[in-house]
Design a protein around this ligand. Structure first.
Ligand code: C5P
Length: 193
């Protein structure tokens, strides 16, 4: 069975949490595509060469979840040759036997426009920044500024900008608990299975 769930949206909207829960519930494989860009940004040097030669060890680094790694990821993610180098791996993952959930920014628009289910997970910038701050700590105002700057870069780039696919279903998690957000997403997936 090939069954792809595309989960896109801005930083800290709840994509990862929802995607993991959907993968568990429906027995699908899960790929956090942001990790690929984080690993390329963290590797340093020529980002195109880093993307072409990405290894499992690069993806297993402990420091990939930091704000700095997110910022570096968003910079290398604007380079078309970096995106091109990571495309086939993501497409193959999306079409794997047994089904898959991919979360990112361009899954429903570029990587897998034929996905059976497309979700665009959002929340207000304040709510998202608060969630990220709970994870990383530090100065809350700075976390908000970085989240907003990263979203603007992701929405403003020419190649595969962050935007909902025309046929994506919006899931606004601003006022939802994790369980409520997962239940909403799971109902949308169950309706297409
Ligand atoms: O989702 P996450 O915050 O880990 O993503 C880090 C950065 O990687 C994003 O801000 C974005 O610039 C980039 N990214 C992307 N396309 C994806 C996933 C992530 O451009 N499919």
């Amino acid at each position: 069975m090939i069954f792809t769930v595309a989960v896109d949206g801005p930083a800290a909207a709840g994509k990862g949490t929802i995607s993991k829960a959907l993968a568990d519930r429906f027995g699908l494989a899960h790929l956090d595509t942001g990790l690929l860009y984080r690993a390329v940004g963290a590797k340093g040097g020529d980002p195109v060469a880093a993307a072409q030669g990405l290894t499992p060890a690069d993806l297993a680094r402990d420091d990939l979840r930091s704000l700095a790694a997110g910022e570096a990821a968003s910079k290398v993610a604007a380079i078309p040759a970096v995106r091109a180098a990571l495309t086939q791996f993501q497409r193959d993952f999306a079409r794997r036997e047994g089904g898959a959930v991919l979360d990112g920014r361009d899954i429903g628009t570029v990587i897998c426009p034929e996905a059976a289910v497309k979700l665009f997970v959002t929340a207000s910038a304040e709510v998202r920044a608060h969630r990220r701050w709970l994870e990383v700590g530090g100065d809350a105002a700075q976390v908000l500024a970085e989240v907003v700057a990263r979203d603007e870069r992701d929405m403003g780039r020419a190649d595969a900008p962050l935007k909902p696919a025309a046929d994506a279903v919006m899931v606004d998690t601003s006022e939802l608990s994790i369980d409520e957000a997962v239940a909403q997403a799971a109902a949308l997936v169950a309706a297409r299975l």
